[in-house]
Design a protein around this ligand. Structure first.
Ligand SMILES: Cc1ncc(COP(=O)(O)O)c(C=O)c1O
Length: 364
């Protein structure tokens, strides 16, 4: 039986969660499909979580003031400029729900974070997807050209998921200088701690210069709290107020809030992990380039193999070697930087693919 419902939802592909590590006989397997932090949670964070267990019969502080005030100090903004969410996915959802409804347009690069179309259609608004350049970067001129009277939000994803490319400061400024100042530009910087591009735009700098910038950050990636679901946005007070009105009530648990503060306390230790992941990324990419792969410098904790029509066939070699990776049929494979041992397997599989003739020919 088909129930009365919103027909536009039928056009949406459901979010595909990265697959768990495959079970491959005789090999250790690894999950490299969701851009997670491969390190185990810190002991100090686990201790704080344990200490909060006797509160779970109570609702959490809905606004998460302890975290908000702490973040406000860290980034030097007022607490009224910060909004928490159940992951930055929810923060972005709040923003879209506040800004855009039926008849309104949200512009974003494509391919990019697969939650964007779900969030936009879920709000009843219209997605305007601007194809990436052939190098996998934002096509800023095309994004500017896509702006109409109906545009309510423009999303910049830096570094972009899944291509791991960075948006330069000059590109970001060009966009901001071309867009009406009453149209919000969201910088989704879920992976900014891994971005080593010296030309990159820094959304918090832009936030201090332009009136219409919102920044989304998360504790899921560099801080390793993906399973607890906590992210946050910085934005103009009026926008934060609007986001708060449409937020999922009590969406951020007390344990997530406490773990976020404990993680901020452990910043140096977590930053060392980030530096290790960046070093591992360099090691893998160098090895792949020596094998003949052409890979632009990745700027997040993952990299992209543009395999085109060979994607699905190549993916099987990763699975049979015990690696789950994120497959985008007919486009490419996104591989998270994982444990050293997992990265060694990636290097081996990539060599195997080269030996089997999988390297894309020039221009492919
Ligand atoms: C570009 C981008 N933005 C936002 C998120 C959301 O992360 P979370 O909801 O865990 O904060 C992700 C997660 O994969 C992402 O890739």
């Amino acid at each position: 039986m088909i129930f009365k419902h919103r027909s536009e939802i039928d056009t949406l592909p459901a979010y595909k969660q990265g697959k768990p590590a495959p079970v491959a006989p005789g090999v250790r397997s690894f999950k490299l499909s969701s851009n997670e932090n491969p390190y185990q949670p810190l002991e100090s964070v686990k201790a704080v979580i344990s200490s909060r267990l006797d509160r779970i019969n109570r609702y959490p502080d809905m606004r998460g003031w302890d975290v908000v005030k702490r973040l406000a100090k860290e980034v030097d903004v007022a607490p009224e400029n910060i909004q928490l969410g159940c992951g930055s996915t929810e923060v972005i959802t709040q923003l879209v729900n506040f800004l855009a409804g039926s008849g309104d347009e949200v512009i974003y690069p494509w391919r990019s974070f697969e939650a964007y179309p779900i969030i936009v259609t879920g709000a009843g608004a219209t997605s305007v997807q601007v194809p990436l350049t052939k190098e996998g970067t934002h096509d800023i001129d095309a994004m500017i050209a896509a702006v109409t009277d109906r545009t309510r939000l423009i999303i910049v994803n830096n570094p972009n998921n899944p291509t791991s490319t960075s948006v330069t400061d000059a590109q970001a400024r060009k966009l901001l200088n071309s867009v009406p100042s009453d149209v919000i530009v969201l910088f989704d910087e879920a992976y900014f701690q891994f971005n080593t591009d010296t030309d990159t735009s820094v959304a918090m700098d832009l936030y201090r210069e332009y009136p219409n910038v919102v920044v989304a950050h998360t504790f899921s990636k560099a801080y390793g709290l993906a399973g607890l679901r906590i992210g946050y946005a910085m934005g103009p007070e009026a926008v934060i107020e609007g986001m708060n009105k449409v937020a999922l009530p009590f969406g951020v648990t007390d344990i997530a809030q406490a773990a976020a503060i404990a993680s901020l306390d452990a910043y140096d230790e977590l930053d060392m992990r980030v530096q290790n992941i960046v070093a591992e990324r360099g090691r893998v990419v160098d090895a792949l380039r020596k094998q003949g792969w052409v890979i632009d410098e990745p700027q997040a904790n993952f990299f992209w193999l543009a395999l085109g029509e060979k994607t699905e066939e190549a993916a099987e070699f990763f699975v049979s070697s015990g690696l789950s990776v994120r497959v985008f049929p007919s486009e490419g494979i996104r591989i998270s930087v994982g444990e050293s041992e997992a990265n060694d397997v990636v290097i081996r599989v990539c060599q195997d693919l080269v030996d089997r003739g999988f390297l894309p020919a020039d221009g492919e």
